[in-house]
Design a protein around this ligand. Structure first.
Ligand code: ATP
Ligand code: MG
Length: 297
């Protein structure tokens, strides 16, 4: 196993951030970690890196016990944290030089490794610029370059694409996709459900520190939302009527619309009452909303 958490709990005073969590991530897969704000995703990642200590349970990274041997575990991982801790007084290149040394990239290979990772995120022309002068999205990209500078085959990405423009987000997707096709193991949290649907082999949905569902995107969709959804739009009064007509059948209410999920299995009587709607494929976002009750950001 690349990553193993067994019955792990982390509390902050009365607040249980991670609650008897067990997750195994086999080598070579991309596991998407989804969950509303405060679900415990970052805390889980920070326990894997040894930055946060669990109250109980066991954690292993490629068989290396954490936190007992955090240093050794850290050395086999690339980490992109949710909260940017770049040094704004240093240039992009200087930040990476420091990090590459920390990650044990041999001195003679550093220059090349740094140039490659800056180029990978489209920041080659910013090497000399101080981090404080970068745009928000560029800082995010630098953080990704830093996490990958030592060419790790096990990567933890905590919301890697937050705040990136659609073009750059797609570029990051292709980086993640390439890492995966090269056989790397990836644990990635995200609020962009579509991102998990595209990239993840397997998805864990967390809420309140616990796992509420795990499976491939396809299986999760089929098991919880079915094949087809039908969307209905209308004024609030009409939506309330629709909600009543749907009754106990799975559905999703989102602002101005209601989606009838698993429409292929809805009783004809219900469909007749509802009248015409817009048909679409059920997706992972439907599952997320259905299971967590929260709309993604
Ligand atoms: N250092 C800390 N001290 C106190 N409470 C904390 C600390 N770190 C996290 N928490 C709490 O633990 C819970 C889980 O937080 P965590 O950051 O793991 O959530 P998350 O799933 O990453 O959320 P988000 O999507 O907002 O990043 C939250 O209620 C948070 O307030
Ligand atoms: Mg987080």
């Amino acid at each position: 196993m690349a990553l193993r958490l067994q019955d792990v709990t982390k509390s902050y005073g009365q607040l249980v951030a991670v609650d008897h969590l067990s997750i195994e991530v086999p080598e070579g897969i991309c596991l998407g970690l989804l969950g509303p704000n405060g679900a415990g995703k970052s805390t889980t990642m920070r326990m894997l890196t040894g930055q946060v200590r669990a109250n109980s349970g066991t954690i292993e990274v490629r068989g290396i016990p954490v936190p007992k041997e955090s240093k050794r575990a850290r050395a086999v991982m690339g980490v992109v944290p949710q909260i940017d801790n770049l040094d704004i007084e240093l240039t992009c290149e200087e930040n990476l030089v420091f990090w590459a040394a920390l990650e044990g990239v041999p001195r003679r290979d550093r220059r090349k490794a740094i140039a490659q990772s800056l180029a990978m995120v489209g920041l080659a022309d910013r090497a000399e610029m101080k981090v404080g002068a970068l745009s928000g999205g560029m800082r995010r990209r630098l953080l990704i370059a830093r996490g990958l500078v030592h060419d790790p085959h096990l990567v933890l990405l905590d919301e890697p694409t937050v705040g990136l423009d659609p073009q750059v987000r797609a570029e990051i997707w292709s980086i993640v996709d390439r890492l995966r096709s090269e056989g790397s193991t990836i644990l990635m949290s995200t609020h962009y459900i579509e991102e998990a649907e595209r990239l993840a082999d397997d998805v864990v949905i967390m809420a309140n520190g616990r796992i509420i569902a795990r499976g491939s995107p396809r299986d999760l969709i089929l098991n919880h939302a079915g094949e087809t959804a039908i969307e209905f739009y209308g004024p609030p009064q009409r939506l309330t009527e629709i909600e009543e007509a749907i009754g106990k059948h799975p559905m999703r209410r989102t602002g101005p619309s209601i989606s009838l999920l698993r429409a292929e299995a809805a009783p004809t009587a219900v469909l007749d009452v509802l009248g015409p709607g817009t048909s679409r494929q059920a997706n992972l976002e439907d599952v997320f909303v259905l299971l967590t009750g929260a709309e993604p950001e």
